[in-house]
Design a protein around this ligand. Sequence first.
Ligand SMILES: NC(=O)c1ccc[n+]([C@@H]2O[C@H](COP(=O)([O-])OP(=O)(O)OC[C@H]3O[C@@H](n4cnc5c(N)ncnc54)[C@H](O)[C@@H]3O)[C@@H](O)[C@H]2O)c1
Length: 441
Amino acid sequence: MTTVLDGLRSRLRERSAVIGVIGLGYVGLPQALSFAEAGYRVLGFDIDAAKPEALRAGRSYLLDIPSSRVSALVSTDRLAATSDFDRLGECDALIVCVPTPLTEYGEPDLSAVSGTASTIAPRLRRGQLIVLVSTTYPGTTEELVRPILEGGGLAVGTDIALGYSPEREDPGNPRFALENTPKLVSGCTDACRELTALLYEPVVAKVVPVSTTRVAEASKLLENIYRAVNIALVNELKMCFDRMGIDVWEVIGAAGTKPFGFTPFYPGPGLGGHCIPIDPFYLTWKARAFDFHTRFIELAGEVNTAMPDYVVTRLHEALDVRGSTLHGARIFVLGVAYKRDTSDIRESPALRVLSILARRGAVITYHDPHVPRLGRSRHYQFDLESTPLTPESLRRADAVLIVTDHSSVDYQSVVQHAALVVDTRNATRDVRDGREKVVKA
Ligand SMILES: NC(=O)c1ccc[n+]([C@@H]2O[C@H](COP(=O)([O-])OP(=O)(O)OC[C@H]3O[C@@H](n4cnc5c(N)ncnc54)[C@H](O)[C@@H]3O)[C@@H](O)[C@H]2O)c1
């Protein structure tokens, strides 16, 4: 028996399918580019009109994507972008990469996912495939997205296909991108899973089908919970070893020589980004409905969110020892992005560190080669501009606090010119001269 989904199957195989990507951020834009480079016509959608506008002008707004990549695809009509959601009907497949943050009460905020599904539903046509990519709790695709889409009158599995395929994007990592990272695929029915696999096969090294959308949703959460819990563990051990006068970095390096049964994780000033500090709590929330308490996640959250305070305490102690104090001290924060070599400041621990420092009366400045300005963010309000990193700006500070270890910074020069360096990332590990000025935190 032939179904309307057979037409979609052929268009995907022939690469004549038009791929729509909804949400053109850190996840959506790389996906849009990969499909366009694989020969599909791609139409990107975003409610933030500035993004489609930039893309239409051939401009990238993400640090690791050069504008030349965008303009090459736009000029050959492989890539177009719009904020006009009435054009959703032009697409054979719709990939949904919208944000899934937490509310101010720490609960899942799925308004972008449900809002997108509600935007798609009245515009759906038979034979379309919708794939949710956003990270979320197990059950979202079946319990939230499917009823909204079917509210338009078309049935999943026969009229339309619905799948879930989480993203494993690692911004700033030059070794792994969509193309060489295995991609989990799942669907509400066997046909939905098969179509989702068919969609991704041409753009990834390997698709890994799993039995249900719940398994795929849960797998993504496991990956991020694994990181959150292990980072919390080394953060706790760092505080423990600090008291014992043992360098946690040397300990991890030594343990890391074991060729089996040990994966190194590294301590830091706290978690950041859109994933690790947030996603685990999607499971915590869902688990409550099953009368289950995710104690590891809660404990990891407690340890990790306390790290910015710990870092400031270590800085305060280091100033005390030198006969100074935090109040009135000029603190030069080095790096405010949440991770090395990105410009992303979402949930960055640097923001919390800066806010604690300001509250405690320190005079704050910062330098970040990728973040020229710090204004309003979800939880904080700053009005700061990145100060050039020069011998003078380093000398002016009572302490330099390394929060993010961008690779373009010359840490030898930082230690040479600063009076005191508090290093949360072991960025100064190779610096030989002036080590007495460095405190690890
Ligand atoms: N950033 C990562 O490294 C990463 C990795 C894996 C998974 N994820 C997950 O992928 C999803 C997207 O994350 P991101 O980092 O790309 O977020 P992002 O904020 O960079 O991009 C999301 C985009 O969606 C747009 N948007 C918001 N609501 C919309 C709507 N209703 N319709 C259309 N567009 C809308 C925003 O304007 C923004 O451009 C999240 O669920 C996140 O947890 C992110």
